[in-house]
Design a binder for this molecule. Structure first.
Ligand code: NCD
Length: 333
């Protein structure tokens, strides 16, 4: 079931011709590596299934849709929400999990085993693998070797496609639509993979962007070029006060300390943006503040009680989206 759509041989060599597939023939057996795979139709499907998953969880907690299937969670970088929401998602669907999350030091990776060998091992036990790894492109390499579906749970400063799915799902749930919105993104736009995936996926819609960052943390050129290719308006500024009254979505991100070679540079920019209740007085009455979390000071705790603060609802949505995605990739939705 899970292997049928993947064009992989069973031998040990890497398939050099492998390109990340579009999802126009459905999700069953497919890798989820990049948001570039998705169409609006794909998103509508996943969002509809996620709504059903939410209804199941609220009414009876779990279902037996994926009974007998196994997810391997291979996390080479720290994670709270992505790993635990995937584990919870699989559990609530009746499946089980091999968690190699906070404990990569206890796996043979710490003995120097290569990524392809680790993937080959896990795919002989599991039906689908979620991987988070510090190197950009690592999920694609894993998919290149694997016969089973690989889901990218974050590849360094590259992409975080499942986060972008839950982000857009949240915007739709909170504001009712995506087209016509003005989306502000604040913080570490250079290193934030959630920003890269979300900005790219939003290019499927008719939105305008306001990017707020210091010079050294500006949005990468390739992401900006994608936005230009879609002829969507995008402005860049240094000051969040310039945009706060205009935006429908304020997507705040942490400065990614672990990506800085020079920690003195991190110190210079780490506290530039703090969203406070005073700042929120200038924002629209109907808008949302989002954050992929973890936050390390860029949204004041006093903002949490503001009804526009959607980041905890966003986080909860992650489980429903990941339930939908697992069911879809395993051919059950
Ligand atoms: C993000 C990530 O890992 O990229 N967290 C997440 O998955 N919710 C954001 C971050 O670490 O800043």
């Amino acid at each position: 079931m899970t292997t049928s759509n993947k064009n992989h041989t069973l031998n040990n060599s890497r398939k050099k011709a492998y390109t990340v597939p579009k999802l126009d023939k459905g999700f069953a057996g497919q890798d989820i590596i990049s948001v570039s795979q998705f169409s609006r139709k794909n998103l509508e499907h996943i969002f509809a299934v996620a709504e059903e998953m939410r209804a199941i969880v609220k009414s009876r907690g779990s279902t037996d849709l994926l009974t007998g299937t196994v997810l391997a969670c291979l996390f080479f970088e720290p994670s709270t929400r992505t790993s635990s929401s995937f584990i919870a998602a699989m559990s609530r669907l009746g499946g089980t999990v091999i968690p190699i999350t906070q404990g990569v030091q206890f796996s043979s990776v710490s003995k120097g085993e290569s990524l392809p060998d680790t993937i080959r091992t896990l795919e002989s036990y599991a039906d689908v693998i979620v991987i988070r790894h510090p190197e950009m492109g690592s999920a694609k390499i894993a998919a290149d070797y694997a016969r089973k579906p690989i889901i990218n749970g974050g590849d360094g400063v590259g992409e975080h496609p499942t986060q972008a799915l839950l982000d857009i799902f949240t915007i739709k749930e909170e504001l009712g639509h995506i087209d016509g919105l003005n989306v502000g993104m604040v913080g570490d736009l250079r290193n934030g993979r959630t920003v890269h995936s979300l900005a790219r996926l939003l290019c499927l819609y008719d939105v305008r962007f306001d990017f707020v960052s210091p010079e050294i943390l500006r949005l990468p050129l390739d992401v900006m070029n994608d936005i230009r290719d879609h002829e969507l308006p995008a402005a860049e500024t240094y000051d969040v006060a310039d945009i706060i009254s205009d935006v429908d979505v304020l997507y705040v991100t942490r400065v990614q300390k672990e990506r800085f070679a020079d920690l003195a540079q991190y110190e210079e920019v780490k506290d530039l943006y703090v969203i406070t209740p005073e700042l929120m007085e200038q924002a629209k009455e109907k808008m949302v503040i989002m954050h992929p979390l973890p936050r390390v000071g860029e949204i004041s705790y006093h903002v949490d009680s503001d009804p526009r603060a959607a980041y905890f609802r966003q986080m909860e949505n992650g489980m429903y989206i990941r339930m939908a995605l697992l069911a879809a990739v395993l051919g059950k939705a």
